[in-house]
Design a protein around this ligand. Structure first.
Ligand SMILES: *Cc1c(COP(=O)(O)O)cnc(C)c1O
Length: 434
């Protein structure tokens, strides 16, 4: 326990003096919803406690990684044991091989995987590899998908389809994003037009297959099918950014969900993070042996990392991946998550509030709208003020939802039926006050 138990407000004050905005990642600052960020003191199972000792039911789970909830005893034991054996060596370890084998076993689209330390790093490296492999420069991304904060990906759509994007961050030269084309999610006509006009120059199309960075939006099956066809036809790589959806929406990740709907479906490259580290800094990118052999030290595409495949992080990730493979794990997680969203929709209806929701595995999203949005613009079109009021009404009742309407939510295996029921009851109360 900290001896000088400070309030959240006092801690935020103190943090702002030494850390820009008081936080080490922007969304933690509560800028979208207003109010004082909660400084977390500890967490256990589906809960965390803030600096003032208030308990919250956690529906962000560190933005996805904590699929088992906090402090799972088997994960703790593995991490403690690994820590005693050494924090980092800068030389290979058996556990990296074991984790690679485990990932590839669950992701049949890939034959080799490289471990890195963050999703940003993995996404950036995947793009370099796609460019190196195809010998092409252009990349396509979709508005509302987040692939980390690498320069070439901090970009929004230009004025027309033929024009490349504009940087969304200061410090990114326009030249750096001149090869990045930003299209509308789920818009088949746009991607067809892009390939028709510049298909031979496109190295890869990068997509969050089930997007979790514009709330929760699925790529439609026809859109995904067309994307696959176009990439194959034009020799571009289809890169699945599954940093959030990987091992979270299904044991086989989002690609297994699409493979069920589209026979023979597979992406050319996959990017993982979040769940594969179980809360420790760990991410990865994976593809066929042919593609991955382009990477250093075998091939000409350079990529490296001092802490890549860190022995403590791999212990945490490996144990997490083993536990989520137990019989019934995803069935139960999916059912809990669905019951949370079904509950929200029901009690919203009772209160006369328009709400729609979706979920897959342990990831969910809800919208103050009458139908599920299909792209970023529709996500952002309405409901912001309502969401912000709802967020605070829930927070006041000890429920911690993502502090921004454009973020997805997460349920862990530690959330019990009672936790879900309590949250739905809190939501009923909140909807009545909206
Ligand atoms: C979180 C996330 C990233 C970035 O990962 P970091 O570990 O935060 O760098 C990339 N892509 C997606 C889809 C994400 O959700």
């Amino acid at each position: 326990m900290s001896t000088d138990a400070m309030s959240n407000a006092a801690l935020f004050e103190r943090a702002q003096r030494v850390i820009p905005g008081g936080v080490n990642s922007p969304v933690r600052a509560f800028k979208a919803v207003g109010g004082t960020p909660r400084f977390v003191q500890r967490a256990q199972g589906p809960y965390f406690w803030d600096a003032e000792g208030t308990r919250y039911t956690d529906y962000i789970g560190s933005w996805g990684p904590m699929i088992l909830g906090h402090g799972h005893p088997e994960v703790l034991a593995a991490v403690q044991k690994a820590a005693l054996d050494g924090f980092s060596f800068g030389a290979p370890t058996e556990r990296e091989v074991e984790l690679a084998e485990e990932i590839l076993k669950l992701v049949p689209s890939a034959e080799q995987v490289r471990l890195v330390s963050s999703g940003t790093e993995a996404g950036m490296s995947a793009i370099r590899l796609a460019r190196g492999f195809t010998g092409r420069n252009k990349i396509v991304k979709f508005e509302g998908c987040y692939h980390g904060h690498a320069d070439a990906l901090l970009v929004k759509a230009g004025s027309g389809l033929a024009t490349f994007g504009h940087p969304t961050s200061a410090g990114v030269p326009a030249e750096v994003v001149q090869h990045t084309l930003v299209l509308e999610y789920n818009n088949i006509a746009q991607i067809e037009e892009a390939f028709a006009s510049q298909g031979s120059e496109i190295a890869c199309v990068m997509i969050e297959p089930i997007a979790g960075n514009m709330n929760f939006v699925r790529a439609s099956v026809p859109f995904m099918q067309r994307l696959r066809e176009l990439c194959t036809q034009h020799g571009a790589m289809l890169v699945f950014d599954e940093v959030m959806s990987g091992f979270r929406v299904a044991l086989g990740s989002a690609q297994s969900v699409y493979a069920k709907a589209i026979p023979g479906f597979a992406p050319d490259m996959s990017v993982f993070g979040k769940v594969i580290g179980g809360g420790m800094p760990l991410a990865a990118f994976a593809a066929s042996r042919e593609v991955m052999s382009q990477l250093a030290p075998l091939g000409p595409v350079y990529q490296a990392g001092t802490l890549s495949g860190n022995p403590v992080a791999t212990a945490c990730g490996l144990t997490t991946l083993k536990i989520i493979q137990r019989p019934g794990f995803f069935e139960q997680l999916g059912q809990r998550t669905r019951s949370l969203m079904d509950g929200f929709v029901k009690v919203a209806g009772d209160a006369g509030v328009t709400l729609t929701a979706d979920s897959e595995g342990g990831m969910f999203g809800f919208f103050f709208a009458d139908s599920l949005p299909q792209n970023y613009q529709t996500v952002m079109a309405k409901g912001t003020d309502t969401f912000n009021r709802f967020f605070h009404l829930m927070l006041d009742q000890g429920v911690y939802l993502a502090p921004a309407m454009y973020e997805a939510g997460f349920v862990s295996a530690a959330h019990t039926e009672q936790d879900i029921a309590d949250t739905v009851a809190a939501a009923a109360n909140a909807f009545r006050q909206l």
